[in-house]
Design a protein around this ligand. Structure first.
Ligand code: CP3
Length: 379
């Protein structure tokens, strides 16, 4: 099966050669992911299919979370909900970072308002050695089938985005057994038993590579690596214990599809993150977007970075925040608008619908031309 870039846009070509046809959600997202000019700034939200949507809550009254995630028709339905309601330019597969554990032989459950729970965490050499690395189609066929279903459903409306947890964040859950503030057992294993840590990270890296490659083969047009808890590490630990594995993942994907590297609380690590090899880096709100972009390097794209809590405020505050993000992006090709982390469940859905329209309008009206020199936005 061909990847993203192989699926031809019915509108404008992704490379931007055809200036006559209007861009679609899909072509605009994929162009930005390749740092090509776009008509307006593409936008999507992490956790866009979650509990902020009444239609998602209704679905969850009938089925539990893992049933939705593991039934391709239901996962596809949940994936499409935010595309229909918000008009976002990317559809992120409804799944969870924990699903690849199915194939590794680690039972887990998702507890409401707690998150993933593993009754027998991975803490000894025997635990690590028992982890299996198997084919992703065999381990998680429902993920690949959901992607195949969605590829047909989405058309030009939105790009199809796959994702995986990154080895470090997966290790946090595997070793700790559940969500934690500091993940002390995980860090104790990392610092105290480095040889075992590297064996665990090596296995997780192999699983993540297979999982993402299989998603691209099944129709994912871009993939995001979620390293949500990376902000727990300082620069030397990141270099020694995590970065080589992240590099291996982006290098193995090698241009098969655009890649986005997500983390939060990592202002101290941005240069290193920029060296990991993704096409785009997703940043949170703890640094202004222009400053973060300069530190990552303008040869990479950037995603973000409105404060996920700002969308709980009255519209005037949301609009001011969104304007500031767009101004700092400066209309430079390669910006994908997003929040700095996932949508909070209490977020009003209407605010997000309005925000997507605002980002499209504000970036488009200030655009002038969508080729040539950077658009000067909202100055
Ligand atoms: O973005 C999307 O819309 C796609 C779906 C998605 C989910 N989880 C669905 C989900 C994605 C991309 C994830 C990734 C994920 N899962 C991450 C990385 C992103 C991040 O926010 O940092 C992490 C750390 C997890 C682990 C996890 N799974 C947590 C912390 C929780 C929340 C627990 C809770 O109830 O607050 C989950 C469960 C989960 N995953 C839900 C959803 C919609 C809520 C479950 C429900 O419907 O009850």
């Amino acid at each position: 099966m061909t990847t993203s870039i192989g699926r031809q846009a019915t509108g404008r070509a992704i490379g931007g050669e055809d200036d006559t046809a209007p861009m679609t959600g899909r072509s605009r997202f994929l162009a930005a992911a390749q740092r090509q000019p776009t008509d307006v700034t593409p936008v999507w939200f992490m956790r866009q299919a979650g509990r902020c949507l009444p239609e998602y809550r209704a679905l969850r009254e009938r089925y539990d979370f893992l049933t939705v995630a593991k039934t391709p028709e239901l996962a596809a339905e949940a994936t499409l909900m935010p595309v229909r309601r918000f008009g976002v330019d990317a559809a992120v597969l409804f799944a969870d970072i924990m699903l690849p554990l199915d194939g590794m032989g680690v039972p887990f459950r998702i507890e409401p308002n707690v998150g993933p729970v593993i009754d027998h965490p991975i803490r000894t050499a025997a635990d690590v050695d028992a982890l299996r690395v198997i084919d992703a189609e065999e381990a998680t066929p429902y993920v690949m089938n959901a992607l195949r279903l969605l590829q047909g459903e989405l058309g030009e409306r939105a790009a199809l985005l796959g994702f995986s947890g990154a080895p470090f964040t997966l290790a946090c859950y595997l070793v700790e057994g559940r969500s934690s503030r500091e993940y002390p057992r995980t860090k104790a294993l990392m610092y105290g038993e480095p040889e075992l840590w590297h064996r665990l990270m090596d296995k997780l890296t192999q699983v993540v590579i297979r999982y993402l490659q299989a998603q691209v083969a099944a129709g994912a047009e871009a993939v995001q690596l979620f390293d949500s808890w990376l902000g727990l590490l300082g620069p030397p630990a990141y270099d020694a214990y995590v970065l080589p594995y992240t590099r291996r993942i982006f290098s193995a994907l090698g241009g098969a599809a655009p890649t986005i590297h997500f983390s939060t609380g990592t202002a101290a690590l941005l240069e290193q993150i920029g060296s990991a090899g993704s096409d785009l880096v997703s940043v949170d709100w703890r640094l202004p977007l222009d400053e973060a972009w300069a530190r990552i390097g303008l040869d990479q794209g950037i995603q973000g970075n409105l404060d996920s809590s700002l969308v709980l405020a009255p519209w005037e505050a949301v609009e001011a925040g969104a304007k500031d993000v767009l101004r700092r992006a400066g209309g430079r090709p390669g910006h994908i608008f997003n929040l700095g982390h996932g949508i909070l469940p209490q977020t009003p859905a209407e605010t997000l619908t309005r925000l997507v329209a605002f980002v499209h309008d504000a970036s488009g009206s200030a655009a002038g031309a969508d080729d040539g020199p950077p658009r000067q936005l909202l100055r």
